[in-house]
Design a protein. Structure first.
Length: 585
């Protein structure tokens, strides 16, 4: 592609030089010849800047459009300079109206070179259609023998376009097409204002110089049309000629200066270096967003162990495909990236600033990456603990179902068989009947113990009726009087209900065994997306979560659900258990 760009520049340069030299021998005033040199030198400057922008940003169409702009303008002059040669005349008429659509395409698609909204695409298509219609009128029907106010032609010896099919006076039709510019130009201004208003602050700063140049170009066009009845600026009209030259230079210069500027970038990067020294881990993204002027900027950090990008919290990030609404800049080498910036595509017009900011933030980004890696590992650990708790609860439910549907049912069937046997023996078999009665009593005791065991593994009432009914059942069976202050009126998610239930169950069991309390107070409420559990007793205190497996297991269960567990149990001061467990729904 570099060879293609070089060939385009050489061809354009030769075209500008050749056109300027061709004016010399023509029987024209010296003023016209001198201004032709200025005109084609201006086109050469625009062409050179366009090729440089194209070289700097080959992935964007901006450079290509900027290069095409002076090209079509220079080619359109061939119809006057080489008026007696059919091929140059044909090329001149074919490109005579292309400047307007290429100009609109360049401005509305900047900085990506791609039109991002349907309205912009429709507008640019209409302007291309206008240019095509205007060119076809002259290519097919232009009459060189008829005087034409706009083009000031009355030349019986002028060459006809190669595509000429009939002699027609196209003056009125071309004038109507010129009048359409009075509608197209304000519509273009409206679209440009809309584009600036919708841009991010950083994107607006980048687009503003080119937008001002575009406003000036349209204002010059409308003013000349209003005063002279034509959108063209003739070379003989001194004020308008120089105004058109300045406006023609403003567009490429606004792009070139913006692309290759350095002082402001160096100042911004210097401020970034100072700011990063005071920036705590986890806030590098905000510092980069302020420096680059893009509030929408996102930072994705590369974790080699996971071979993926994560955000500052350790959550995985999928890099989006580059497009007109989002751009991705990878920091570091392709083999060993450090991070990636997801940002406004307008920042791609400032590659020097992006590279300098990334270099300045590299050390901070390395630190940020280590922090993100730690958070990712912590997040995975929490997820692993939650999966272990969930697996334990699933296993509890399975055991409870097996005991209820298996062993308990068999024991109940056995009890029924004993009753039937005792009824068959009757009262005469006193010795056997008494043995059967004792066997039934033992069987009932075994059933009670089995039900208690099943309830301790995972109570069926918790699954069927919810946390409120299960806690009330615990309170009824507790050997210590329990006062229930509050219970949630709605069902919570399974993991939250299970954690809350076992927290109350273990606390009541500990209170009965060790606390010597006379009352226990239980409160469960839903606040701010959490199930808040508070259990207080007036016992002897002295409980320690670091000793014994019961309280430690409860603490692990709560923390595995990303909750908080607090135990306060001063000696002689009773025990207070507080837990906050996030609710999934």
């Amino acid at each position: 592609m570099r060879a293609v760009r070089l060939l385009v520049w050489l061809a354009g340069s030769a075209l500008c030089v050749g056109m300027a030299r061709a004016v010399g021998p023509v029987d024209q005033p010296d003023l016209i010849k001198h201004r032709a040199i200025v005109y084609f030198a201006t086109a050469f400057v625009g062409l050179t800047i366009g090729v440089l922008v194209w070289e700097r940003r080959p992935d964007s169409r901006t450079g290509l459009l900027l290069t095409a702009l002076p090209f079509v303008e220079v080619l359109s002059q061939a119809r006057w300079i080489f008026w007696n040669h059919a091929l140059p005349v044909t090329i001149g008429f074919a490109s005579m109206s292309l400047y307007a659509p290429v100009f609109a395409h360049l401005i509305l698609s900047y900085p990506t070179g791609r039109l991002t909204t349907r309205l912009d695409r429709v507008f640019v298509a209409v302007v291309y259609a206008y240019a095509t219609t205007s060119a076809l009128l002259f290519l097919l029907f232009f009459d060189t023998r008829a005087p034409h106010d706009r083009y000031e032609i009355e030349c019986w010896d002028c060459a006809l376009p190669l595509t000429h099919v009939a002699w027609r006076d196209v003056h009125r039709a071309s004038h109507v097409l010129d009048l359409t510019l009075l509608v197209v130009a304000p519509a273009f201004i409206g679209l440009l204002i809309r584009k600036l208003l919708r841009a991010t602050p950083g994107g607006r700063r980048i687009e503003l110089p080119l937008s001002i140049a575009a406003f000036a170009a349209v204002a010059q066009l409308l003013a000349h049309f209003a005063l002279n009845g034509s959108p063209d600026s003739p070379w003989t009209d001194t004020p308008w000629f120089w105004i058109s030259i300045v406006v023609s230079l403003a567009v490429p210069l606004s792009l070139g200066v913006g692309l290759f500027f350095g002082r402001r970038a160096r100042s911004a990067v210097a401020d970034l270096v100072v700011e990063l020294q005071r920036t705590p881990p986890g806030h590098v993204q905000e510092a980069l967003a302020r420096t680059l002027g893009d509030p929408s900027l996102e930072l994705a950090l590369w974790l080699p162990d996971q071979a993926s990008y994560v955000d500052s919290r350790g959550a995985k990030v999928e890099l989006p495909a580059a497009g007109p609404h989002r751009a991705v800049t990878v920091l570091g080498s392709s083999d060993s990236p450090v991070a990636a910036l997801l940002h406004d595509p307008a920042l791609l017009e400032r590659p020097g600033l992006l590279e300098a900011a990334a270099a300045a933030a590299r050390l901070a980004l390395e630190n940020e990456r280590l922090q993100a890696e730690l958070r990712a590992q912590l997040s995975e650990l929490r997820a692993s603990r939650a999966r272990i708790v969930q697996a334990g609860d699933d296993e509890r439910r399975r055991l409870e179902r097996n005991l209820h549907d298996g062993a308990q049912q068999r024991l109940l069937s056995l009890g029924l068989a004993l009753q039937l046997a005792r009824a068959e023996l009757g009262a005469e078999a006193n010795g056997a009947s008494s043995l059967l009665v004792e066997a039934e009593d033992e069987l009932r005791a075994a059933l009670d113990e089995l039900r208690e065991l099943a309830r301790g593994i995972h109570p069926a009432i918790l699954t069927d009726q919810g946390l409120g009914a299960a806690v009330r059942s615990l309170a009824e069976r507790s050997s210590v009087p329990v006062r229930i202050v509050s219970l949630p009126g709605e069902r919570l998610d399974e993991s939250t209900e299970a954690a809350s239930y076992f927290l109350v169950s273990e606390s009541l069991a500990n209170c009965a065994k060790y606390a010597h309390a006379s009352t226990v107070r239980v409160s469960i409420a839903r606040r701010n997306g959490n199930a808040v559990v508070d259990i207080d007793d007036n016992g002897v205190g002295g409980a320690d979560a670091t000793r014994g497996s019961g309280l430690r297991g409860l603490s692990d269960r709560v923390q595995a659900l990303d909750g908080t567990f607090l135990l306060e149990s001063p000696v002689g001061g009773g025990t207070h258990v507080h837990a906050e467990i996030p609710c999934a729904s």
